[in-house]
Design a protein. Structure first.
Length: 122
């Protein structure tokens, strides 16, 4: 699927499945247009609601992933496949465990609002 179709289907909530790689790719694409966090946040809120799983949205996870991907994407000249190959850390679904104590990331507070990292800065 090309970039424009992925973004369109995600934003229209018609994307059949949102994989981890798709999520990283969307943040990468949004970072190119500026303001990745607000766009991925709004998109995920709408997408999870359209699937009947609004409770799946996690504010801190969304913010932290957006910060990490946007920082790595800054100045990147290639496309997403090249970016993905250069940043294998983003394939780690547990990457945020490097930044947050487990009890913090799993808290209701972190689900509802952005909580700063507790183990190391992003």
């Amino acid at each position: 699927m090309d970039d424009a179709t992925l973004v369109e289907q995600f934003e229209n909530c018609t994307l059949p499945d949102l994989t981890h790689r798709d999520h990283v790719r969307l943040v990468f694409l949004y970072s190119r247009a500026g303001a990745a966090y607000p766009r991925i946040r709004e998109g995920l809120i709408n997408y999870t609601a359209s699937r009947g799983s609004s409770s799946a949205f996690h504010e801190t996870r969304t913010w932290a992933w957006a910060q990490l991907i946007e920082a790595a994407a800054a100045g990147h000249e290639g496309g997403f496949d090249d970016f993905w190959a250069q940043h294998p850390e983003f394939d780690r679904r547990d990457l945020l465990d490097d930044y947050y104590a487990p009890q913090v990331l799993s808290s209701d507070e972190a689900r509802a609002a952005v909580v700063e990292p507790t183990l190391r800065a992003i």
